[in-house]
Design a protein around this ligand. Structure first.
Ligand SMILES: CC(C)=CCC/C(C)=C/CC/C(C)=C/CC/C(C)=C/COP(=O)(O)OP(=O)(O)O
Length: 798
C-alpha cells in the first residue's frame, strides 16, 4: 500500500489557489452543463447538504486541528475562524456541490431514481373506499359490459400486438390471469393484483447496525490509544488493570471535550475520529432506507472520490496543508504519492455519504410526485415541494419517516410508457433530455396517453407504416373471450373499422368522465379500475392507468377533450377507398362544393389551424399546466376550478400557437405518406380550389392516386403546399417563441428542446426544397445526431 512520495517538486500553492485551480473549475463546468435543469429541488438538496456538512463538520474539524492531526502553513491560508481556515469552510460547501452535480449529470436520463424491481410486494389490502382498487362491484362491471360489449369483443386482437410492441423486460404491463368461465372473478382478481404496492424505501436495520458497529470501532480507536490496544492484545490482564491506562481512558470517556490523546503516539487518532464522526449519520440514513445502488450513484462516488484524492495529493505535495505522517496522529501509511490512508478514507466515505444523502432526497422528491401525503383537508399536497427551505425539509422528513407505499402498477406503467415513447416518438425521446426528472415523468404520462390514443384511432398502419386495415384479416376474439376460445379470423369491413374507431373515441371520452369524476378525485378508484380492466385495450392499459393516477391532479380535462375533438376531425375524413373515388376527378366527376367537403373536413387555413390546435395546441396546453403544477408553488388546481391569471392565460395561448406550429411541420413532412397510409389529405381544400382552373383538381388527383410520383409535369407538386405550410408554422413560432421566457425557469430548456427537435424536421423539408418522400420512399427522417445537436444547442440557449 505504501509507496514513497515522488520526488518531483511541485510549485507551492495556497489553499485558495487549490480551490481556484482544482475545485471551482469542475463545478463551474458541471454547473454550466446541468444549469438549465437545476431547479428548486436541486437547490434545496445542495443547500441542505452544504448546511449539514457545515454544522456537522465545523466542531469536529476544529477539534481535529486542535490535536494537530493536520496543520496549515500560515502563508497558505487567508484567515481562520477559531482553528479552521476560511478556505476549509469553503470546502464544506464545495464538496457537496461537486458530488451532487456529478450525480445529476451522470443520471440525467434516469426516470425512477431508485431501483425497485425485486422489492417485495406488500400484501394487497381488501375492501375500503380509497385507492385500493379491490372489490369492484359486479354491478359496475355489468353496466360497463352492457355499454361497451362490442368494443371489448373487438379489442381482443390487441393482446397479440401488445405482446409484440412491449419489450419483454417490461411485460406484463397489465397482469393477466388465465381465462375462466366466471369472468367477473377474473376481473376482480386482476384489479387486486394491479393494486399491489411496494415500499420503495424499506428500512435497512442491518445497514444501520453495521455503521453503528463502525462507530463503536472508531470509539475504541479513539478512546483507547493504539499502544494500549496492542498491549491489550498481547497482555490483556495486566494492561486492563494498569491504573495509568485506565486513568487515561476513564478521563477521556468522562469528559470527551477535554480529550487527551496519548502523549507519545496515537496513530489511530485521525482514522478513528473520521469513523466516529461520520458513522452515526450513515447509520441513521441507511436505517431509514437510503441506498447507493444506481450506476450514476457509483459514478458520482468514484468520480468525487478520485478527483478529491487527486486534489488532496497535489495540495499536500504543494504545501497547501500538511497531514501528520510521523505516526503521532496517523498510521503513517501512504496510499499513493503522498496521500495518507486516512485522507483517502475521509474523501471516500464523505463522498459516499453525500451520494447516499442526495439519492435519498431525490427518492423523497419522487415519492412526493407519485404519492403526495394528504394535507388533512381536501386539498392535495402540491407536487412541487415548497421553496421555503424549512418547510421543504420538514415535508421531506415527514416522507422519510413514513414513506408511502407506491402501487407497483404505477412504476411498471411509467417504465413501459417510457419504452413505448422511446420506440414511437423520435422527437420526444431526444427532447426529454431538456427536462428535469419530475417533469419528464409527467410528460411521459401525458405524452404516452396522447400517443396510445392516437394509435388507437389511427391504427390503419403497422409499425412499418404498411396499411393493414383495408381488406385485411383482423382476428376477432381471443384469450379474453367469454368462452375462452381463440376466436375466428375474419375481415372487418371499412364500415366496421370506422365504427370501431368511433367506439374507441367514445371509450376515451368515458374514460375522461370517470378520471375527472368527483369520486375518483376523492381517491376512490374502484369504478375507474373496473373500467380500465374491462374497456381499455391491453396495449393501452399502462398509459390509461398512469393518466388516472398522475395526470388528473396536474392537468385539467379541457385540453384532453380538445385532443379527442381533433381525433373526431380525423374520423370525419372519408375512408381511403372513398377518398380515392372522390378524387378521381378526371374521370368526369364534377368537383362541386359538396365534393370538396366530402374529401376533407379541412377546407380552409382556419380549419387547418383549428385541427393543429386540437391535436397539438392541446398537447402544449397540457405541458404548460404540468410545468406550473410540477415546478411552481402556485399550482393550477381543480380545487380552484383550474382558474388562470391573465398572464398565464396569455402564456397558454402562445404555447398553443407553438403546438400548432409543430403540428404544421409534421403535416408538411407527411403530406404524401399520410395519403398512402391513412388516405387523408390535411392540405386545406381551399389551396387546391384557388389554383388555376383544372390545376387544383389535377393536383389533388395526383396526390391521392400517385403520391409516389415525385417529378414530372403530371406529378403532385408538393413544395407549393409544404413550403406554404412551413411559412405558416414559422409565423406561429416567431409569434410565440418569446413566451417561453414566461414559463418556469426549469421548463425553458425542455420547451426549447422540444421546439428545436420538431423544427429540425421543418428545416430538412426546406433543405429539400419542400419536396417530401412518399411512404414507400421512406419517411423523411432527421438523424438522431442532428436532432441531438439541435436539442443540446437549444438547451443552453445557444
Ligand atoms: C411557447 C410556449 C410558451 C410554450 C411551448 C409549449 C410546448 C412545449 C409546445 C409543444 C407541444 C407539442 C410537443 C406538441 C406536439 C406536436 C407534434 C407535431 C407531435 C407529433 O409527435 P410525434 O408523432 O411523436 O412525432 P414524431 O414521431 O415525428 O417524433
Amino acid at each position: 500500500m505504501a509507496s514513497p512520495p515522488s520526488s518531483i517538486p511541485l510549485p507551492s500553492l495556497t489553499y485558495f489557489q487549490v480551490h481556484l485551480i482544482f475545485v471551482i473549475p469542475p463545478i463551474l463546468l458541471l454547473g454550466y452543463l446541468y444549469g438549465p435543469l437545476f431547479g428548486r429541488r436541486d437547490g434545496i438538496k445542495v443547500g441542505w447538504l452544504m448546511f449539514m456538512a457545515t454544522i456537522w463538520t465545523t466542531p469536529w474539524d476544529n477539534w481535529i486541528i486542535s490535536h494537530a492531526a493536520w496543520t496549515y502553513p500560515p502563508s497558505s491560508i487567508l484567515f481562520k475562524i477559531y482553528h479552521v481556515p476560511v478556505e476549509e469552510h469553503l470546502f464544506f460547501i464545495l464538496q457537496p456541490l461537486l458530488v451532487v452535480l456529478v450525480q445529476a449529470v451522470a443520471g440525467v436520463g434516469r426516470g425512477i431514481p431508485f431501483a425497485w424491481r425485486g422489492l417485495p410486494v406488500m400484501e394487497a389490502e381488501g375492501g375500503g373506499g380509497d385507492d385500493k382498487g379491490v372489490g369492484g362491484e359486479a354491478k359496475d362491471e355489468g353496466e360497463g359490459e352492457k355499454d361497451d360489449g362490442p368494443e371489448q369483443e373487438n379489442e381482443d386482437e390487441d393482446e397479440d400486438e401488445r405482446k409484440k410492441s412491449i419489450p419483454p423486460s417490461l411485460s406484463p404491463t397489465r397482469i393477466r390471469t388465465p381465462p375462466t368461465r366466471t369472468s367477473t372473478s377474473t376481473r376482480l382478481r386482476k384489479t387486486t393484483i394491479q393494486e399491489e404496492r411496494i415500499q420503495t424505501l424499506p428500512r435497512r436495520p442491518l445497514a444501520g447496525l453495521f455503521w453503528l458497529g463502525v462507530m463503536t470501532l472508531g470509539g475504541i480507536g479513539l478512546f483507547i490509544p493504539l499502544p494500549i490496544l496492542c498491549d491489550i492484545v498481547v497482555h490483556p490482564v495486566t494492561t486492563l488493570t494498569d491504573p495509568r491506562n485506565l486513568g487515561l481512558v476513564a478521563r477521556n470517556l468522562k469528559s470527551p471535550l477535554q480529550y487527551q490523546p496519548h502523549p507519545v503516539e496515537d496513530r489511530l487518532f485521525y482514522l478513528s475520529a473520521i469513523l466516529i464522526w461520520i458513522s452515526p449519520v450513515l447509520a441513521l440514513l441507511t436505517a431509514l432506507g437510503a441506498k447507493v445502488d444506481l450506476p450514476e450513484d457509483w459514478i458520482a462516488w468514484a468520480v468525487g472520490t478520485g478527483w478529491l484524492w487527486m486534489v488532496d495529493t497535489v495540495a499536500i505535495r504543494a504545501g497547501a496543508w500538511a497531514i501528520d505522517t510521523q505516526g503521532k496522529r496517523t498510521l503513517g501509511w501512504v496510499l499513493w504519492r503522498g496521500l495518507p490512508v486516512e485522507e483517502a478514507v475521509f474523501f471516500a466515505i464523505v463522498s459516499y455519504l453525500l451520494v447516499l444523502s442526495s439519492s435519498l432526497i431525490s427518492h423523497l422528491h419522487f415519492l412526493l410526485l407519485l404519492a403526495p401525503p394528504p394535507t388533512g383537508g381536501s386539498v392535495p399536497t402540491p407536487r412541487c415541494p415548497p421553496a421555503n427551505p424549512i418547510r421543504h425539509i420538514t415535508l421531506l422528513t415527514r416522507l422519510a419517516l413514513s414513506p408511502p407505499p407506491i402501487p407497483r402498477q404505477l412504476l411498471v406503467s411509467l417504465e413501459s410508457s417510457e419504452a413505448t415513447l422511446k420506440a414511437g416518438s423520435k422527437s420526444f425521446s431526444v427532447a426529454k433530455l431538456g427536462w428535469g426528472r419530475e417533469m419528464r415523468c409527467g410528460l411521459i404520462a401525458v405524452y404516452g396517453w396522447c400517443r396510445v390514443t392516437d394509435d388507437l384511432i389511427d391504427d390503419d398502419h403497422d409499425e412499418q407504416g404498411e396499411v393493414v386495415s383495408i381488406e385485411t384479416k383482423v382476428k376477432v376474439g381471443g384469450s379474453d373471450d367469454e368462452d375462452g376460445g381463440e376466436g375466428e379470423a375474419r375481415t372487418l369491413t371499412l364500415k366496421e373499422i370506422g365504427a370501431r374507431k368511433q367506439r374507441r373515441l367514445g371509450m376515451m371520452r368515458r374514460f375522461l368522465d370517470l378520471a375527472y369524476d368527483e369520486t375518483t378525485a376523492r381517491g376512490d378508484f374502484r369504478q375507474l379500475d373496473v373500467f380500465l380492466d374491462t374497456q381499455v385495450p391491453s396495449r393501452a392499459y399502462s398509459a390509461f392507468y398512469l393518466f388516472s393516477r398522475l395526470i388528473v391532479d396536474l392537468v385539467p380535462r379541457r385540453p384532453f377533450d380538445d385532443l379527442l375533438d381533433g381525433y373526431q376531425m380525423d374520423l370525419e375524413f372519408p375512408d381511403k377507398r372513398e377518398m380515392l373515388q372522390l378524387t378521381r376527378i378526371g374521370d368526369g366527376v364534377e368537383t362541386g362544393d359538396t365534393l370538396w367537403k366530402r374529401i376533407s373536413p379541412i377546407q380552409t387555413e382556419a380549419d387547418l389551424v383549428l385541427y393543429a390546435d386540437r391535436v397539438a395546441g392541446s398537447v402544449a396546453d397540457m405541458i404548460i399546466h404540468l410545468t406550473w403544477n410540477v415546478l411552481t408553488s402556485d399550482p393550477v388546481t381543480a380545487g380552484k376550478g383550474w382558474t388562470l391569471s391573465p398572464e398565464r392565460q396569455e402564456t397558454l395561448g402562445q404555447g398553443r400557437k407553438m403546438g400548432q406550429a409543430l403540428q404544421l411541420v409534421n403535416i408538411a413532412r407527411d403530406v404524401r405518406s399520410d395519403v398512402e397510409a391513412i388516405g387523408r389529405i390535411y392540405i386545406p381544400m381551399q389551396w387546391f380550389q384557388t389554383r388555376s382552373e383544372g390545376e387544383g383538381k389535377k393536383q389533388i388527383e395526383m396526390l391521392a392516386h400517385r403520391p409516389r410520383d415525385l417529378e414530372g409535369p403530371d406529378a403532385f407538386h408538393a413544395p407549393s403546399y409544404t413550403l406554404r405550410m412551413l411559412r405558416m408554422a414559422e409565423e406561429l413560432k416567431s409569434a410565440s417563441r418569446d413566451a417561453i421566457a414566461d414559463l418556469p425557469y426549469t421548463a425553458r430548456a425542455g420547451t426549447r428542446a422540444m421546439v428545436a427537435s420538431y423544427f429540425e424536421i421543418g428545416k430538412e423539408v426546406e433543405r429539400r426544397g419542400g419536396q417530401v418522400p412518399s411512404l414507400e420512399q421512406g419517411r423523411l427522417r432527421v438523424s438522431k445526431r442532428r436532432r441531438l445537436g439541435a436539442v443540446l444547442w437549444s438547451i443552453w440557449g445557444l
